[in-house]
Design a protein around this ligand. Structure first.
Ligand code: NDP
Ligand SMILES: O=C1O[C@H](COP(=O)(O)O)[C@@H](O)[C@H](O)[C@H]1O
Length: 518
């Protein structure tokens, strides 16, 4: 009985999930597997239904077959065609409709009401838009026109990134959505905020007495955020060539991680308090007001052909659906300053790119040295203390400290006090989309981006994009499989620092050691 009560308290309220874009890549790779995991873990009860929506025709059987294949390929729980699978899959139905056709939404309403009655669902409806952003306005409008928002429970709209192309387009998009939904009903996804270790930043900082006193410019020399990918643009060349690394990763994931590191402790752990603090950080970012500032503080690169572990990798301009003369950046690095009392003078170096040597997301906090070095006779200079937060794919933290080398008289060597979360619960587990879907159904918007966060981030990013547009010569090149253009090193070296080696995972190898990887 007690066990059942615990299970129930973890369960989400009954709801119908509408996956708009149900035949697309995101639904197949992330959303269906996430729903399956929630079900397998007892976080979804039996009072749920999923209606997949897209234009192409699909019978119920075909759709459920697609579902099975998606889960077999991408889920961390394995599925087989058995009784348990059938009882899960029967909650899924499909509706073929064109977003622009309101009549389709009226039919969808009938289908919804039948499912709500069948599974005793209290009228809660979660609309997940796994669609191109150009369609967000039409969906919102037709959901209202088609009577889909008149249920007896709540309505929530979950929106995928990119939220606009720049501030202006984001504002237009937001206006369209807000004509139908209240801000509290809108859940803007940044899947990095769903990652275990990004959420853990808050806990590491605010639940441990020894970090807060040193979490400032008196003790921290610089902070480095690296988000490296080994993949190229894969099948998303059409989208990516229009977007580039700055918009695809910078405006959202990179700045979100920066806000989690830099924000002040909120007075209460309520979604709005946390989001207020994050917005304050974004507002404190020193804007790049001149093209010269962009030229010296931001570096961009594009990968060319390369060789990696004996494998030939094509250049970006040879990728499918990419303009052969493209000047889109596949890498960027920036030196960002946060102009407030806590962070004045501490550079935040951020870098991200495709076709780098390892898949990794790591945050390195480099501390200032001790006031005076009494170990001057040492073979090596004292290394700075580091706090390393490993976000992805391996999860954990380690602190690099200096200690006496065992057996030596007084030789000092750096060692890692290591907490490896992925060693305990497996790599990247649970998936970000699982926790974000669960939060959205439970009405917890903490790890979704509020409109003012999105808008402020765009204002910052737009200035960089505008400068690049006027000076195409700033694009550097880097061979696929390397750590980006040389300019990225200079960015850090101009302050007397270096990029710390990051750990990560390449195609066939997990690198997991102090200072390993690069
Ligand atoms: N894929 C990923 O890893 C990520 C994707 N995203 C974002 O998620 C969104 C979806 O991406 P992704 O799944 O890759 O895109 P896809 O192109 O793979 O899928 C698009 C989906 O939209 C449907 N669709 C398109 N036009 C209409 C229409 N007029 N009416 C109804 N359905 C329509 C398509 O189905 P049909 O053709 O049958 O109509 C398809 O199911 C995008 O905004 C993307 O930027 C964000 C992060 C990661
Ligand atoms: O949002 C995006 O993120 C992925 C990287 O996500 P990760 O969780 O695998 O690190 C990136 O490949 C994609 O281009 C971008 O749109």
């Amino acid at each position: 009985m007690a066990e059942k009560q615990i299970l129930n308290s973890l369960q989400t309220p009954g709801a119908v999930f509408f996956i708009f874009g149900a035949t697309g890549d995101l639904a197949r790779r992330k959303l269906f597997p996430a729903i399956y995991s929630l079900y397998r873990e007892g976080k979804l009860g039996e009072d749920f239904a999923v209606i997949g929506v897209a234009r192409r025709p699909r019978t119920e059987e075909e759709f459920r077959q697609d579902l099975l294949e998606s889960i077999q390929e991408f889920s961390r729980y394995k599925a087989e065609e058995n009784e348990e699978w059938s009882s899960f899959a029967q909650h899924f139905e499909y509706k073929s409709l064109d977003i622009n056709n309101v009549d389709g939404f009226r039919e969808l309403l009938q289908q919804t009401e039948v499912l709500e009655a069948k599974y005793d669902i209290p009228g809660n409806r979660l609309f997940y838009l796994a669609l191109a952003p150009e369609l967000f306005g039409s969906v919102s409008f037709n959901l209202k026109e088609g009577g889909m928002l008149g249920g007896s429970g709540w309505n929530r709209l979950v929106i995928e990134k990119p939220f606009g192309y720049d501030l202006q387009s984001a504002e237009e998009l937001n206006k369209q959505i807000r004509e139908v939904f209240e801000e509290e009903e809108v859940y803007r996804i940044d899947h990095y905020l769903g990652k275990e270790m990004v959420q853990n930043i808050e806990v590491i900082r605010f639940a441990n007495a020894f970090f807060e006193p040193v979490w400032n410019n008196k003790h921290i020399a610089n902070i480095q955020i690296t988000l490296g990918e080994t993949v190229g643009v894969e099948e998303r060349g059409g989208y990516y060539d229009h977007s580039g690394a700055l918009r695809d990763m910078g405006q959202n994931h990179m700045l979100q991680m920066l806000t989690m590191i830099a924000m002040e402790p909120p007075s209460r752990l309520l979604p709005e308090d946390i989001r207020d603090e994050k917005v304050k950080v974004l507002r404190s970012l020193r804007p790049f007001d001149t093209h010269e500032e962009v030229r010296t503080q931001v570096v961009r690169g594009q990968y060319t052909e390369g060789e990696y572990k004996g494998k030939h990798l094509p250049g970006y301009r040879q990728e499918d659906k990419v303009d052969p003369n493209s000047t889109t950046e596949t890498f960027f690095a920036a030196r960002v300053l946060v102009d407030n009392f806590r962070w004045a003078g501490v550079p935040f170096y951020i870098r991200t790119g495709k076709r780098l040597p390892v898949k990794t997301t790591e945050i390195v906090v480099e501390f200032k040295g001790v006031p005076t070095n009494v170990y001057l006779g040492q073979k090596h200079a004292l290394e700075p203390n580091l706090l390393v937060i490993r976000v992805n794919p391996m999860e954990g933290i380690y602190i690099k400290i200096n200690a006496k080398k065992p057996g030596s008289e007084s030789e000092i060597e750096p060692l890692a006090m290591d907490f490896c979360q992925s060693c305990m619960v497996g790599i990247n587990s649970p998936e970000a989309y699982e926790s974000l879907l669960q939060d959205a159904v439970q009405g917890d918007s903490t790890y979704f981006t509020r409109w003012d966060e999105v808008a402020t981030a765009w204002s910052f990013i737009d200035k960089i994009a505008a400068a690049w547009k006027e000076s195409p010569d700033t694009l550097e090149q880097y061979p696929a499989g390397t750590w980006g253009p040389e300019g990225a090193n200079k960015l850090v070296e101009q302050d007397g620092f270096q990029w710390w080696p990051v750990n990560g995972q390449d195609e066939d190898n997990v690198v997991w050691k102090l200072g390993g990887g690069q």
